[in-house]
Design a protein around this ligand. Structure first.
Ligand code: FE2
Ligand code: FE2
Length: 137
């Protein structure tokens, strides 16, 4: 199912939201390719997803360190777990002729609804409370 950007995904911090919009856009590209048999394009989209996620996580983690976010360790662990699972899906795709695992879509959707909408929002709430200048407040 294609994911529509909605209020529930808004954290309130523009660069973080921009990263999430990028991840949703790539997730939707994958959704449209399901069952297409176009493995070259799926491979390209998985590369784009990896790049986008790595850049986004790197940005969040650097920002968290800069403002001494107390939830940094748990948040980084959550990013690592996501990336380990994503890597398993990519490995399965690359070593399996049957194409992309349909579970990947569900995994990405639940990640967006869970981590990106909740845990990232907690970080932005922390910014609003302790570093309002960083939000232009
Ligand atoms: Fe995020
Ligand atoms: Fe995050």
């Amino acid at each position: 199912m294609v994911i529509e950007w909605g209020e529930e995904y808004e954290t309130g911090y523009p660069l973080i939201d921009k990263g999430h919009r990028g991840i949703i856009e790539i997730t939707n590209r994958l959704e449209r390719l399901q069952g297409s048999g176009d493995t070259a394009e799926v491979g390209q989209v998985l590369c784009d997803l990896t790049d986008c996620v790595l850049m986004h996580f790197g940005y969040e983690e650097m920002f968290m360190q800069r403002v001494h976010y107390p939830g940094y360790d748990a948040h980084m662990l959550s990013h690592c777990e996501f990336f380990a699972t994503l890597t398993r899906f990519i490995y399965a795709f690359e070593t399996n002729e049957s194409g992309l695992a349909p579970e990947l879509q569900g995994f990405l959707s639940s990640w967006l609804a869970g981590h990106e909408s909740k845990e990232d929002k907690e970080f932005v709430d922390y910014l609003a409370r302790f570093h309002p200048d960083s939000l232009g407040l």
